[in-house]
Write a protein that binds this ligand. Structure first.
Ligand code: ADP
Length: 493
């Protein structure tokens, strides 16, 4: 049994997530609509009453005070009364400035004594008091109790806020009253509603969870099936489908990977056939010439021995290049960096071609104005230069001229290797740096090469973060270039 078989599927996770979410939602609703409902209602009422009292006391000198009060009363379903306070024989006399119509008509001592009490409480409490009481202050005694049904066990409460306001020449008392309706019956109704809602929410969430998980997991399943085919080296696949961005991206990436894997596979096959071809050719030559020399006495001459030596060298070169590439690509080669005179390095390589220039009429030119120093491994940089110059000579034009230019600008040295030979077609340019890539697929022996040179160059230059490239046009020749940071002579960074 695979480890993945033990793990729950995405469908299970999604359904669970939906259920948990719905349960949390239901719990929150229960808490707010049932447990905290009364406390909430009271807090909201208190804030409302206090806000109204504050607003009236701020507008106490307003000419339109009466209409402001009326409007506030109507909008908030509250009773508001305002009294002016005057002192008479060390006692505070409260005279109604504004009070509900009924109150004024039934103006009684009982009412006034309640108002007096509120004044005293507010004064003792720093000018403002808010309190609940079971009975009405009877500012409007005839007003029927609007909310409390007659059979309601819990009787209606009253919330009163009294504020003492001082103006420049008078003192006022503002009283705002509001009913607090009993919420028991409301909470009961909400509870029944909540039970029904809970059932509905659970059903809907299960339904959505099933639909969503189907919508999410089915296309993933499809992609997994195709990915398994990819693992069986079935590269001709297009991953499509997916109704959401992430899966579309995954499918695009997999399609891209399938194409890349296909290319790598083709390259691998080509590489094996090329290597075996290149190994077989010199081996056939060596065996053939050795047999001829053994069987025919007259053929045992230095020229034939030289051919055997040359072919053996070619074989060794091929094996060395292959080893170099794999070492460079795996990062196993440790670079022996030192301060290196690049100019001298080029001159040294030029010396190797003296014979070519003297005997075969090649014209190899090196243009430079000053010595350039870099911090690098001499052997590896020589390999870069040697490969580029050797290619230029191999593919040289009729003028048999190869030019190497060295320029130093802004602490950077630029090297160009120019030939006026066959050039490279534009469509082949991006591939020439690939391992074992040869423009000439026929693999003719006419041009000697392993197809690994530029790949070695690329690996080494990449190691030094150098810039490099090629400009080429068919029939006119090619210019291979690279640039590296220079350092001051004798300085090891
Ligand atoms: P090779 O050993 O075959 O030269 P390289 O990796 O050095 O392998 O080069 C890869 C291919 O790039 C060559 O086979 C050749 O087709 C092309 N190439 C490289 N340098 C030149 C050049 N100076 N002119 C024309 N073609 C070139």
């Amino acid at each position: 049994m695979k480890l993945t078989d033990k793990k729950p599927s995405l469908r299970v996770y999604l359904s669970l997530a939906f259920l948990i979410f719905s349960l949390v939602l239901i719990i929150i609703m229960w808490l707010f609509q049932s447990v905290f409902f009364d406390a909430f209602y009271r807090t909201v009422k208190t804030v409302q009453v206090e806000r109204c009292a504050d607003s009236i006391s701020k507008n106490i000198e307003d000419e339109d005070l009466k209409s402001v009060i009326k409007e506030t009363e109507e909008q908030n379903d509250m009773d508001i009364s305002v009294y002016s306070v005057s002192e008479f024989m060390a006692a505070n006399i409260l005279t109604p400035v504004y009070a509900p119509h009924e109150f004024i008509s039934t103006h009684s001592l009982i009412n006034m004594s309640s108002v007096q009490k509120y004044y005293q409480k507010a004064e003792a409490n720093g000018g403002k008091i808010t309190e609940k009481s079971d009975s009405k202050l009877s500012l409007s005694p005839n007003k029927p109790n609007k909310i409390t049904p007659p059979l309601e066990k819990e009787s209606s409460q009253l919330l009163t806020c009294a504020i003492i306001t001082d103006t420049e020449d008078a003192q006022y008392l503002v009283i705002v009253e509001s009913d607090i309706a009993p919420v028991t019956s409301t909470v009961e109704t909400l509870r029944v509603q909540l039970i029904i809602m809970t059932g509905f929410i659970l059903l809907i969430s299960i339904f959505i969870a099933v639909i969503t998980s189907h919508y999410v997991s089915k296309p993933i399943h499809e992609t997994t099936k195709k990915a398994k085919l990819l693992a069986q080296q079935n590269y001709d696949l297009t991953f499509s489908g997916g109704n959401y961005k992430e899966l579309c991206e995954l499918n695009d990436t997999l399609t891209f990977s399938a194409h890349e894997l296909q290319k790598v596979d083709e390259l691998r096959r080509e590489l094996i056939s090329n290597i075996s071809h290149d190994l077989r050719t010199p081996l056939t030559m060596i065996t053939g010439y050795s047999e001829v020399m053994r069987d025919i006495p007259g053929e045992n001459n230095p020229e034939n021995v030289q051919i055997i030596i040359d072919e053996a060298n070619r074989l060794a070169q091929l094996v060395n290049d292959l080893l170099d590439i794999s070492k460079l690509e795996s990062g196993a080669t440790a670079m022996q960096n030192t301060t290196l005179c690049l100019t001298d390095c080029i001159k040294d390589i030029f010396k190797r071609y003296t014979k070519l220039t003297e005997q075969e009429g090649y014209n190899i030119v090196f243009n430079y104005t000053e010595d350039a120093y870099i911090y690098a491994d001499e052997l590896r940089i020589s390999q870069v230069l040697y490969n580029l110059i050797n290619n230029a000579i191999n593919y040289v034009g009729e003028d048999k001229t190869v030019i190497v230019n060295q320029t130093v600008r802004d602490s950077t040295v630029y090297i160009e290797v120019i030939d006026h030979g066959v050039g490279i077609e534009e469509e082949n340019l991006p591939y020439i740096w690939d391992r074992y890539y040869k423009v000439d697929k026929e693999h003719k022996q006419a041009v000697v090469g392993t197809g690994l040179g530029l790949s070695i160059v690329k690996n080494i230059l990449n190691h030094y973060d150098a810039q490099y490239g090629v400009k080429s046009s068919v029939g006119e020749g090619s210019t291979f270039w690279f640039s590296m940071k220079t350092i001051e002579k004798q300085k090891n960074p």
